[in-house]
Design a binder for this molecule. Structure first.
Ligand SMILES: Nc1ncnc2c1ncn2[C@@H]1O[C@H](COP(=O)(O)OP(=O)(O)OP(=O)(O)O)[C@@H](O)[C@H]1O
Ligand SMILES: [Mg+2]
Length: 139
C-alpha cells in the first residue's frame, strides 16, 4: 500500500493565458516528487496540450475547467476535465506526420510523452483526459 496519497485540485478559467500557470504548477509538483528534467519537460508539454484542448474544444466558455494532480511515491496522475462539447474518442486518429501543416497533434504528443493515457468524452457533456507518469526507470 502506498504511504503517500496527496491530491491537488485546480479550477481554471477557460482562457489560454492560464495554460502557463498550469505548466508552472505541474513543474513545481513534478520537481518536488523527484522527476528528472527530461520527464518534467514531457509532463509539461503533455499537460499544456491537454489544457489547450480543454480550452479550444470546450464550447462553453463561461465554465472553468479542472486539473487534478494525484501524487504517490511511484507516479503522478494528472486529470484534465472540461464541460465542453465533447467528442467521439474513436474518431481521434494518429496524425499523418508527413503533412507538416496537419493539426491533430495534441493527443498524439500526449500519448507519446506519458506512460498511460485515457480519454473519456461525452458528446455535449465534456471530456476528461487522465495521464500518468511513473517516477521509476522507463519500462
Ligand atoms: N477537451 C476536448 N473536448 C472536445 N474535443 C476534444 C478535446 N480534446 C480533443 N478533442 C478532439 O480531438 C481532436 C484531436 O485533438 P488534438 O489535440 O490531437 O488535435 P487538435 O487540438 O485538433 O490540434 P493541435 O492539438 O495539433 O493543435 C480535436 O480536434 C477534437 O476534435
Ligand atoms: Mg490539441
Amino acid at each position: 500500500m502506498s504511504r503517500i496519497n496527496d491530491n491537488i485540485s485546480l479550477s481554471i478559467p477557460n482562457k489560454p493565458e492560464y495554460v502557463s500557470v498550469i505548466r508552472l504548477t505541474v513543474t513545481a509538483i513534478a520537481n518536488r516528487m523527484g522527476f528528472d528534467i527530461e520527464k518534467i519537460e514531457d509532463i509539461k508539454v503533455a499537460v499544456a496540450e491537454a489544457c489547450t484542448n480543454a480550452i479550444t474544444h470546450g464550447k462553453n466558455d463561461t465554465d472553468n475547467f479542472f486539473v487534478e494532480f494525484s501524487i504517490d511515491e511511484e507516479k503522478l496522475v494528472i486529470k484534465v476535465c472540461d464541460s465542453g462539447k465533447g467528442c467521439a474518442t474513436n474518431c481521434i486518429k494518429n496524425p499523418d506526420l508527413t503533412l507538416l501543416n496537419e493539426g491533430g497533434l495534441g493527443v498524439f504528443i500526449i500519448k507519446s510523452l506519458m506512460d498511460d493515457v485515457n480519454i473519456n468524452s461525452d458528446l455535449g457533456k465534456g471530456t476528461t483526459i487522465i495521464m500518468t507518469k511513473f517516477l521509476g526507470d522507463d519500462m
